[in-house]
Design a protein around this ligand. Structure first.
Ligand code: DON
Length: 301
C-alpha cells in the first residue's frame, strides 16, 4: 500500500497540469498548487500516507458529508421533504433548478441543498452550539481533538459569498429555511472552513466504511444512503465521470480535497488544490482513478 501511495504522489509531483486553484474565496486563492497528499485508513485501523498528508487544508464541500450525517441524526427522513436525492447535472453553486422546482434543492451536496442541511442541524441552537456539535462529530470520527475551524477562511467566504446569499434568500422566499439567512450563511461558511489534513480526513471518513476498529457513528442504512448520495451527487456535474473513472462513492471540495469510501475496506483522502472544469481536484481525481484501478477496489465488482 505504501509503495502505491508513494508512486501516486510522485506521479502527481511530476505532472505539470495541476488545474486551477479556486479563486472566488480570496483566502483559498493563495494556496500553493504544488501541494499533494494522500492517505488511506483501512477498516482494521491501519493508516498509510504519502506526500503532504500532514499539511492542513480547507475541506470546503467535503464538510457536507458530515453535515448531512448530523442533519439526518436530528430529523431523520423528514429531511427529504426539504431536499431531494437526485443529481443536478449543474454546477455546485447553480440557482437554475431552484426556481423550476419551488425552492427544493436537488440534493444535499450542491450548495443550495447544503444550506438546507445546515439550516436543519442549526435549528433550535446557536451557530456556536451547532458548529460545536459538528466539529465534535468529526473529531470523534477521526479520533483527533485537534480538528478545528479556520476563522480567516470563514470570514473570507462570508465577505464574498454573494451566490450563496442569493441561494439562501431564494430558499427563504420559498419557506425552505427556518433560521435567518445571515445565521445559516454564517454557520455554513464556518462549516466549510473546517481544516483537516489528509490523514485526519481519511480517519474521519471511516464512519462510512463499516470499520472494525471504531464504534458505529451512524446506522448501517444511513451509512449506505450517504455513500449512495456521494456516488450520485458528490462531484456535482462531474459525478458520472467520477463514478465511471473511480467507481467509489466520493465527495469533493473546492479546497482540492476528495474523500472516497471503499465500503468495508477503507476511507481514502487525497488533496491537490488545482481544480478541473467541474470544480473538483484535477490531480486528486487522477490519483483516485489510479488508486482504484491498482487496488481493484470498485463498488461495481
Ligand atoms: O459554498 C461554497 O462555494 C464553498 N464553501 C464550497 C463549495 C465547494 O467546495 C464545491 N466543491 N467542489
Amino acid at each position: 500500500m505504501l509503495d502505491l501511495l508513494n508512486e501516486i504522489a510522485d506521479a502527481a509531483a511530476a505532472n505539470p497540469d495541476k488545474g486551477d486553484v479556486a479563486a472566488y474565496i480570496p483566502e483559498l486563492a493563495g494556496v500553493d498548487p504544488d501541494h499533494f497528499g494522500i492517505s488511506v485508513a483501512l477498516a482494521d485501523g491501519a493508516v498509510f500516507t504519502a506526500g503532504d498528508a500532514d499539511v492542513p487544508f480547507s475541506v470546503q464541500s467535503v464538510s457536507k458529508v458530515f453535515a448531512l450525517a448530523l442533519a439526518l441524526g436530528r430529523v431523520g427522513d423528514q429531511l427529504w421533504y426539504r431536499v431531494g436525492r437526485e443529481p443536478s447535472g449543474l454546477a455546485f453553486d447553480s440557482i437554475l433548478l431552484l426556481e423550476r422546482e419551488d425552492g427544493i434543492p436537488r440534493n444535499p451536496f450542491i450548495n443550495a441543498g447544503a444550506l438546507v442541511t445546515t439550516d436543519t442541524y442549526l435549528a433550535g441552537s446557536s451557530p456556536r452550539e451547532a458548529l460545536g456539535e459538528l466539529v465534535r462529530f468529526i473529531r470523534a470520527a477521526a479520533d483527533d481533538d485537534s480538528i478545528h475551524i479556520n476563522e480567516k477562511v470563514a470570514q473570507s467566504e462570508l465577505a464574498t459569498g454573494h451566490r450563496n446569499f442569493s441561494l439562501a434568500h431564494y430558499l427563504a422566499s420559498h419557506g425552505n429555511l427556518r433560521s435567518s439567512v445571515d445565521k445559516v450563511l454564517g454557520t455554513y461558511c464556518h462549516q466549510c472552513a473546517i481544516e483537516m489534513t489528509c490523514k485526519q480526513l481519511a480517519m474521519a471518513g471511516r464512519f462510512l466504511v463499516d470499520a472494525d476498529e471504531m464504534p458505529p457513528l451512524v446506522a448501517t442504512e444511513r451509512r449506505r444512503r450517504i455513500n449512495a448520495l456521494m456516488m450520485t451527487c458528490g462531484h456535482y456535474d462531474g459525478s458520472g465521470d467520477f463514478a465511471f473513472r473511480v467507481g467509489l462513492p466520493g465527495k469533493s471540495g473546492v479546497g482540492g480535497a476528495i474523500l472516497a469510501i471503499s465500503p468495508g475496506r477503507a476511507s481514502i483522502a487525497v488533496w491537490s488544490p488545482g481544480l478541473n472544469r467541474y470544480g473538483n481536484s484535477k490531480l486528486g481525481t487522477e490519483a483516485m482513478e489510479t488508486f482504484a484501478r491498482r487496488t481493484g477496489w470498485s463498488v461495481f465488482g
